[in-house]
Design a protein around this ligand. Structure first.
Ligand code: GCV
Length: 648
């Protein structure tokens, strides 16, 4: 199929122009209520044709239709030679149907044999922005904020509209607009000062079916309401939140809710005044309930001022200890937002033990599209592989996490990656992660392979010559893991910026992220002989992790403390595994560069160059990790590499 590669721009991500110059002209029709979807459909078809104006008069049609018998936000597409009918359950469903239709065409599909229906697995598919109103983005690697500069709203409405379109095209329907680390300025987003601006922003996202969320400060009753206390059981605090909610909903009637980081990393919260997390969440939830709002209450609550000499406290146990005893004590409109793993977005973690164990409280799984610990959009890292691992992980002998979706897990959220860089995500291949997150939140049963193929097909055109790129993206998580911290132990990064190796960087710090390597062994024993984190899981799952023999090997050093001469299933000693994987990881990145170079003729030159530059940086990073990690363990143990390679 002929596609027009010249029209490629990184800005257009997976909605490229000129993908289908061969398409006929389509007439698009539908009732007035479908006006917005109709316009997107027309624009989308024009985009696919690109500058090649279709010859002659209309010779095919698209009919849009609301069909209330479909599940909420769902769609059904019936192809035909003359007319394609797109049915949506509601305006969102119709829009998603239109984007699904455009996606099929964009990847070279035919319209006349199309027969597709789909509905989302959860009704809340959310991107969290960690944007500060200064314009800086916490853990952002794609330039500055899309929304703010110099402590004020500042944006190009056309760009925001484009962003909304990208998000809607993959099914995102909620977006939090400010960092969970709320500042004195962003706390005012719920006051008269800034609500008119929030309302304007909401109006841009609204037609795309995206509702906004505001991150709020638990201490606002004191800082903004001038009360003596933020105690959730104090009637004046209850009143404060009620009035705040009334005001907010007067300006933004369809606000999806508030997101709260409390008692976490120096933020105030109910625990600091002797109240429970449920007390804290519920007072705000009661205020939002009359307006249909939700409280997303984060479970990232742990002691971040731990003494490294304290070997009893174990940070990954904290979320469960704080929240499990409160199961069933939250208002119906509270959703507990739980990071995928018990640590903090590391390369390889088990799932949080809270998933599957809280049967009476709604939960959101929180992922990180922005690549804080996973290469910062410099190193290639296909996150879909990791997310798929999350959904496939068992929560009991006969249940996997994916089966909780739509039941206990009622929202799927992620920290977003988009900023004001021309290509939105910093690294161009990082666009694939934003794409994959939206699609997975819609349907967590989609495979990483399918998502990667879809993204490549839409971005660069369906072209078999690009198959090696699929393999590269799918392999990239494993490659990154090879040259990073071994076997699930995590961290070992430079403190602060979290890029590049520093094996002991956090070892004697207060953050609770220790590997405790000495000359004989490494790891924290989290079994029943150690901190007993394994007991937080369902007994069957806990037993799997508890035993060295059954623990998935990628998590061996997450759960076990092992001597360097421990034999892995491969027959290699642990130390030899560390050496081998680190040499291999850097070699694999060299392989990525070779592969990428062979793809050059099938890629737009600008895309080729920009990724090539990042891969070069990645190679330097992988070599740095290889040498720092190998040297560290060689010096610690004095054990030589069996293959006699250079360790410094
Ligand atoms: C927004 C990690 C990150 C912080 C982030 C925090 C969180 O600690 O390094 O930047 O703060 O997680 O998720 O709240």
């Amino acid at each position: 199929m002929k596609t027009n590669r010249d029209e490629y721009t990184a800005y257009n991500m997976w909605l490229q122009r000129g993908r289908r110059p061969d398409l006929p002209h389509f007439d698009v029709e539908g009732p007035d209520t479908c006006y917005f979807a109709l316009r997107e459909c027309l624009e989308g078809l024009e985009r696919l044709n690109g500058t090649c104006k279709p010859a002659g008069s209309a010779n095919a049609g698209v009919k849009l239709n609301i069909d209330k018998t479909l599940p909420p936000e769902g769609y059904r597409i019936d192809g035909g030679t003359q007319v394609v009918t797109i049915n949506g359950a509601d305006t969102n469903g119709l829009l998603y149907g239109v984007f699904a239709f455009l996606s099929e065409l964009g990847r070279g599909g035919s319209y006349n044999q199309l027969s597709l229906s789909s509905a989302p697995a959860v009704s809340r598919r959310v991107i969290n922005h960690w944007d500060n109103m200064t314009g800086a983005v916490e853990r952002g690697y794609s330039g500055k904020s899309l929304f703010y500069r110099d402590n004020a709203f500042s944006y190009n409405p056309e760009r925001i509209k484009d962003y909304a379109r990208f998000l809607a095209s993959v099914g995102i329907n909620q977006l939090s607009i400010n960092n969970v680390n709320v500042t004195a300025v962003s706390a005012r987003l719920i006051t008269e000062d800034l609500l008119p601006e929030v309302s304007k922003l909401a109006a841009i996202f609204r037609p795309y079916g995206i509702r906004l969320i505001i991150s709020i400060d638990f201490e606002s009753p004191k800082s903004l309401g001038r009360l003596e206390t933020a105690d959730p059981l104090d009637p004046s605090v209850e009143r404060y939140w009620r009035e705040a909610a009334e005001l907010v909903y007067r300006h933004v009637p369809d606000l999806a809710g508030f997101l709260v980081k409390a008692d976490s990393e120096f933020r105030g919260g109910p625990a600091s005044i002797g109240r429970t997390q449920a007390d804290g969440a519920n007072v705000i939830a009661r205020a939002l309930a009359p307006f249909g709002g939700t409280v997303y209450w984060r479970c990232f609550v742990y002691n971040c001022t731990q003494d490294w000499r304290d070997t009893v406290t174990d940070r990954p146990k904290a979320a469960f200890e704080n929240f499990y005893p409160l199961d069933g004590k939250f208002e119906d409109n509270v959703i507990l937002q739980i990071k995928n793993g018990p640590s903090d977005f590391q390369v390889h973690e088990p799932n949080s033990p809270l998933f599957g164990r809280m049967n009476h409280t709604a939960q959101a799984s929180e992922f990180q599209v922005t690549q804080e610990y996973t290469g910062q959009q410099i190193d290639l890292y296909g996150l879909a592989v990791q997310w798929q691992e999350f959904f496939d992980a068992p929560v009991s002998k006969d249940r996997i996490t994916r089966e909780l979706v739509g039941k206990e897990i009622t929202a799927i959220t992620a920290v977003g990656s988009a900023g004001d860089d021309e290509n939105w995500t910093g690294g161009l291949l990082a666009q694939a992660n934003l794409y994959a997150f939206g699609r997975l939140a819609w349907d967590p049963s989609l495979s990483a392979r399918q998502l990667t193929e879809e993204w490549i097909g839409l971005t660069f055109g369906p072209d078999e010559a690009l198959n090696p790129l699929t393999e590269m993206i799918l392999a990239s998580r494993g490659v990154y893991e090879k040259y990073n911290a071994p076997l699930g132990i995590g961290w070992m990064v430079n403190p602060g910026n979290h890029y590049g190796p520093s094996v002991d960087g956090y070892e004697y710090m207060k953050w609770g992220t220790y590997h405790r390597a000495d000359t004989v062994a490494i790891g924290v024993d989290r079994t029943d002989k150690g901190t007993n984190l394994t007991a937080q899981y369902d007994p069957w799952v806990g037993a799997v992790y508890n035993s060295k023999e059954t623990c998935p090997e990628g998590l061996l050093l997450f759960f076990h403390r092992l001597p360097y001469d421990y034999r892995l299933r491969s027959g290699k000693t642990l130390i030899q595994h560390i050496y081998d994987t680190h040499f291999e990881g850097a070699e694999d990145v060299e392989g990525f560069i070779e592969t990428w170079d062979t793809l050059r003729p099938s890629l737009p030159e600008a895309a080729y160059q920009s990724v090539r530059n990042r891969l070069t940086l990645q190679l330097a990073n992988a070599r740095e990790w290889r040498d720092v990690v190998n040297t560290y363990f060689y010096r610690k143990t004095g054990i030589k590499d069996e293959k006699g390679r250079l360790i410094h």
